[in-house]
Design a protein around this ligand. Structure first.
Ligand SMILES: *[C@@H]1O[C@H](CO)[C@@H](O)[C@H](O)[C@H]1NC(C)=O
Ligand SMILES: *[C@@H]1O[C@H](CO)[C@@H](O)[C@H](O)[C@H]1NC(C)=O
Length: 193
């Protein structure tokens, strides 16, 4: 396994929660039993209508992680996709693992990924982020010392509803991927779920 570098984002400000959004898909997830992958895949496809396969893969893998915590499934947002594609385009020449927002001024949630070589897929990025679950301690609402878990907590953040992501093979031959989340998660002092 080649090294993967990730950065997490922590929001320093707090906004009112958006509770007015109700996601239809969450109603179609039967309670009591974790829906199977095929069901989550089919729902994700519906929530990403008109998407290319790569986008469905981003959305499906996010929704797998969310379903495991009974969080409402996310839907794909083409405005966020446009933003993510813009930022991926900005990174194509250098492939630097950089956020699109200045530190402390995040308007959207953002997870970014860099992988050496051209074969990294959306599911690789989402797995790398979601694997941080093992470092997240719900009781203390913190990451294990010296570890990151902010990518994971953004993925399963309760109030987040929409995502848009992009993948680019850079001129260096490596891969950069970015996902944006709205409303953003990772409010300090709040738990993800
Ligand atoms: C569902 O997908 C997850 C993530 O890709 C995988 O770990 C798991 O084994 C899959 N479960 C089934 C039943 O296919
Ligand atoms: C998902 O959709 C496909 C194609 O419509 C269908 O054949 C399959 O049974 C569905 N799977 C589940 C688990 O609903």
């Amino acid at each position: 396994m080649k090294p993967i570098f990730q950065l997490s984002l922590i929001l320093l400000c707090s906004l009112a929660r958006d509770t007015s959004l109700v996601l239809a898909a969450s109603d179609s997830v039967p309670h009591g039993k974790m829906p199977d992958n095929g069901t989550i895949f089919n729902i994700s496809k519906q929530l990403c209508s008109g998407c290319i396969a790569e986008s469905v893969e981003f959305l499906f893998t996010h929704n797998l992680a969310r379903a495991a915590k009974w969080e409402p499934l996310l839907f794909w947002d083409f405005q966020l996709q446009k933003y993510a594609r813009w930022w991926a385009g900005q990174r194509k020449a250098d492939c630097e693992l950089r956020h699109s927002f200045p530190e402390g001024d995040f308007k959207l949630g953002e997870n970014i990924f860099w992988g050496s070589g051209s074969t990294w897929r959306p599911s690789d990025a989402v797995s790398a982020w979601a694997d941080e679950e093992k470092y997240y301690d719900y009781d203390t609402n913190s990451c294990e010392e010296g570890q990151m878990c902010g990518h994971y907590t953004q993925i399963v953040w309760k109030n987040t509803r929409r995502i848009g992501c992009a993948r680019v093979v850079c001129d260096t031959g490596d891969v950069f991927m970015t996902c944006n989340y709205d409303p953003p998660g990772n409010y300090i002092g709040e738990r993800p779920y």
